[in-house]
Design a protein around this ligand. Sequence first.
Ligand code: ME8
Length: 480
Amino acid sequence: MRTFYITTPIFYPNAKLHLGHAYTTTVSDILARYHRLKGRYAPEEEERVYFLTGSDENTQKILPAAKAVGQRPEDFLEGVVANFKNLFSELDISYDQFIRTSDEKAHWPGAQLLWQKLQASGDIYKKEYEGLYCVGHEAFLTPKDLVDGKCPEHGEVPKVVREENYFFRLSRYSETVRAHIESGEIAIFPETRKHEILSLLREGLQDVSFSRPTSAGSIGVPVPGDKTQVMYVWCDALANYLTALGFGQSDEELYRQFWPAQVHVMGKDILRFHAAIWPAMLLSANLPLPKALLVHGFIVSGGRKMSKSLGNVIDPEELITAYGADALRFYLARHISPFEDSELTRESFKDAYNADLANGLGNLAARILTLAESHLPEPVALPRLAFPREFSEALDRFEVNAAAELIATAVQKLDQKITATAPFKVVKENPEKGRECISELVAGLAAIVVMLEPVIPATARKIWVAIQENKKPETLFLRK
Ligand code: ME8
């Protein structure tokens, strides 16, 4: 059976998640659900799916964040992670595993095994180094990355760091990684991001610092054989995609089944790590490469990336409380481009909610099922259902917004059909013909439910049950 292993980035637990993080995770969830459902309609397309998310905990961001609220780092992390999981549960995120990179049993041995493989290939060496470290990025920047001496994304002056640490011979892999991306062995969506990374690879990659001295107060996974150093946070973070599957542990069954990943989902800010460093690490370790990277744009607010450090975040909880989780899922799916930056405001959200859901889908389902309840003696015997071809094709290209657009069009068309056929009149003049008309509308609604299932599963379930019980559902979306 085919497998589909999909991952989100593991998020830094120094603060609550905002809409940008909710976006990555919702898109991943829609894709995971779609792949799980494929086999229901076409058994030959059945796939085994594994969906991973988690938190990136060996970061320098934790200590100051915990200190600011007067908590021990462990307690602080527990709280934030509980918060992440709570949001994911409200948002109906169907992850199979939530990995925490502070987990010494589950994550550390695999991260260390990967390190040893890089070392065995001769790709780890020690060097004295001085550079400009941006904690926001968890990466060294070069002077040309700075604007007015500050990191433009995080608005902070980077720290000058001089230390001896281990380096990864990334430069050795520029050519091979480039070839794998150019040939499409690692497919990058969208094309523009592929070109961006190819031009970077053509310039050639520099070796990268891959550890920090513990004397500098760094926390993290100990470097095998050297107690004075811990791994650079990105080195152990990227390894999560393997360690979550049991890589480096006694039970590697999941690893054998699911690696390589079909797709790593992420924002464009971390493309370089996933399209340059990660493939190079895997090549060095002689491990298979992921099949695809889905690199989405940012949710922007007031023209700037929504980000914790810029303080322009919208809390997804706020929208969920006011409108419901499916309202948020549908908005993210339809109105945020998976490839470009998209602006989101409270006003645009409200307008879209009323148009798409309260007056759109919700109203349509209520109209059709009210007619069905009053005029049909029993539930409609539905024809065989399936994902429409265009819908599958859109999701196979990761174009979640195009898939959601097809839902919106189908809702409009079915609405127009009600107006054009006027079943409420027909049923009075010719009851049999009227019942036929209504049954067709119910079948049309069921066809929409098929597409709704991966996108807004809870609403899909409610409409589905109403169709099967031949009853008008309770109000799905209140007008705001
Ligand atoms: O980078 N719009 O974690 P992170 C859309 N721990 N997506 C956004 C966004 C925005 N405004 N802001 C954040 C890290 N994201 C590392 C990842 S993976 C091995 C380690 C999303 O908490 C987007 O997916 O900063 C981005 O790549 C991710 O959150 C970064 O989350």
